[in-house]
Design a protein around this ligand. Structure first.
Ligand SMILES: Cc1cc2nc3c(=O)[nH]c(=O)nc-3n(C[C@H](O)[C@H](O)[C@H](O)COP(=O)(O)O)c2cc1C
Length: 193
């Protein structure tokens, strides 16, 4: 965690090994979620034309999307009927019953907020995995989710955030060797009882 940081400038000539991309896909597949609900989809975009389109709807993140190796879009399932169909296919009865009893009766927005939490947990797992594998990354909420959905042609899923991955430009001023990490004091955020 001392070495991971939000990369602001990528070396577009440096590519991630396909084997490592496959490992990252498996890591996301294995991410934990409440009742193993997996209310998500992860889209790996390395196609140049699609990256170009995404870069145009990525606010300050445009150069990162263009120069990184791959953009991974984190989406939550948006179609509650489809979600129920999937969990009825894949999960044990106890898990489905939990969903029907405790999650489903809430207003739709709250159920979707519960889905979002699961997706963000996978995002955290992903950032840690990249750091462990020596791959640089940029989590990005600074995107236009609806436009991402249009470009990715998705309606049953909604983009929440994206992560650019690749290798830093040696001049990136945000890297810890040039800009030490800044956090609140440990005793202000950790309590031991
Ligand atoms: C969910 C999330 C969204 C973020 N969105 C952006 C973004 O759109 N663009 C960006 O440059 N950094 C973004 N960041 C990076 C944060 O600003 C950064 O993690 C924080 O300042 C701590 O710095 P560090 O990651 O270098 O340790 C985001 C981080 C998270 C976790």
């Amino acid at each position: 965690m001392q070495h991971r940081y939000t990369t602001k400038k990528y070396n577009s000539a440096k590519k991630i090994e396909p084997k490592q991309i496959e490992e990252l896909k498996q890591i996301l597949q294995l991410a934990p979620s409440s009742i193993n609900s997996q209310p998500w989809k992860f889209t790996f975009v390395s196609d140049k034309e699609t990256k170009q389109k995404l870069s145009e709807v990525s606010w300050i993140n445009t150069p990162k999307v263009l120069d990184c190796d791959t953009v991974v879009v984190f989406s939550r399932i948006n179609n509650l009927y489809l979600f129920e169909e999937l969990i009825e296919q894949d999960l044990p009865k106890g898990a489905v019953d939990y969903y029907k009893e405790f999650v489903k009766p809430q207003p739709e927005e709250q159920t979707k907020a519960w889905f979002d939490k699961q997706v963000y947990l996978a995002l955290g797992v992903f950032l840690s995995a990249c750091a462990e594998m020596g791959i640089d990354s940029t989590p990005m909420e600074g995107i236009e989710p609806k436009k991402y959905d249009e470009i990715l042609n998705q309606t049953d899923y909604s983009s929440l955030a994206a992560v650019a991955i690749g290798y830093r430009d040696e001049e990136d001023t945000n890297q810890p060797s040039k800009k030490p990490k800044s956090r609140r004091d440990i005793d202000k955020v950790i309590e031991s009882i």
